[in-house]
Design a binder for this molecule. Structure first.
Ligand SMILES: [Zn+2]
Length: 337
């Protein structure tokens, strides 16, 4: 089968072709697994972290990709939930302990990091870590729901927001544009505020229901009860703390932060920005329970993902454009469609 493989860590400042198109053996479905013919795979910011070494894959070469929509091509022994032809999704959690906090478990194995992922024509997945994709979503729309959407759902739960409270988003890309749609549904009396760097993104945020959208370093017209940060940088964290109400919570939805603007942390003032029981909480990984809960909810709303598609062979271009911040919704590779 064809796959886009990553052979080793590289700097995207030094190459615009981190992945190599290669012919590799097609995997076989083991016990309890299904073989998926990959239809689409979303491009997530975590791929940049893996390529540039902030997150280390545990095998080399590795096939990245953890926002996968595929069709069951073969079922392994012992599989009971699915049959050939079913359309399934796969997310970041490849397998773990199965408990409610399996995202924090030492047994956690990540798709496209500890095992091969979806930048390929085929991949295998355990049936209990594969999810039926609601019919309402096309293959390309469904892909970003598997990570950007589902982990955004987890981040939203971790804000502890109560309906009527004000929620902010700093960064408004692949994840936040889905979460604001979810938040409007879950918190119909709340107001949403967006901090983003460019006019076009701010206009997009207002279009999706933000009552106010400003620059990352602007002050919102009211203090916010919670803010979700989906940026790879530190300055938005500092600026978000300055927009939080007393008792408010900042939820950082990122596996790694890049260190280029780490000096911004010096601007944090304990008395003004942290004191008064303000909190910072990170989001780590995702459980299969989150994804299973989120997909039917997303279909029910229905969330409308904005996607920008690339042909499979253009995966490197998608990655470079994501790195440069050229984001129009979520980027998705068309693989088997
Ligand atoms: Zn992801």
């Amino acid at each position: 089968m064809k796959a886009m493989i990553l052979r080793h860590t590289v700097s995207l400042e030094e190459t615009d072709k981190p992945l190599e198109l290669a012919e590799v053996p097609t995997p076989k479905a083991g016990h309890g697994e299904v073989l998926l013919q990959v239809l689409t795979c979303g491009v997530c910011h975590t791929e940049l972290d893996e390529i540039e070494g902030r997150v280390s894959p545990s095998k080399w070469p590795i096939i990245l990709g953890h926002e996968v929509v595929g069709r069951v091509a073969e079922i392994g022994s012992g599989v009971t939930q699915y049959k050939e032809g079913d359309r399934l999704g796969v997310g970041w959690v490849h397998c773990s302990s199965g408990s409610v906090d399996e995202n924090l478990s030492s047994q956690f194995r990540a798709t496209g990091c500890d095992v091969d992922g979806g930048y390929a024509e085929f991949m295998t997945v355990r049936e209990d870590y594969a999810y039926p994709v609601p019919e309402i979503f096309s293959n390309e729309q469904a892909a970003p729901l598997l990570c950007a959407g589902a982990i955004g759902y987890r981040a939203l739960k971790l804000t502890n927001l109560v309906d009527g409270q004000r929620l902010g988003f700093t960064g408004f890309g692949g994840s936040a544009h889905l979460v604001i749609q979810l938040a409007r549904h879950m918190f119909p009396n709340s107001e949403f505020y967006v901090f983003a760097r460019d006019d076009e993104t701010r206009a997009f945020a207002r279009h999706l229901g933000a009552v106010w959208a400003g620059d990352t370093s602007d002050r919102a017209p009211a203090k916010l009860h919670a803010i979700i940060d989906t940026t790879p940088a530190w300055k938005p964290v500092v600026e978000a703390m300055k927009n939080l109400a007393p008792g408010g919570r900042l939820v950082i939805n990122a596996i790694r932060k890049e260190d280029t603007d780490k000096a911004s942390l010096q601007e944090l003032n304990y008395h003004d920005d942290l004191w008064m029981e303000r909190e910072v909480k990170s989001v780590a990984n995702i459980t299969h329970h989150d994804i299973r809960e989120f997909l039917p909810l997303a279909a029910n709303i229905p969330i409308q993902p904005k996607v920008e598609t690339y042909c499979f062979e253009d995966a490197n271009r998608a990655i470079v454009e994501l790195k440069r911040g050229q984001i129009q919704g979520a980027k998705v590779l068309l693989i088997g469609v």
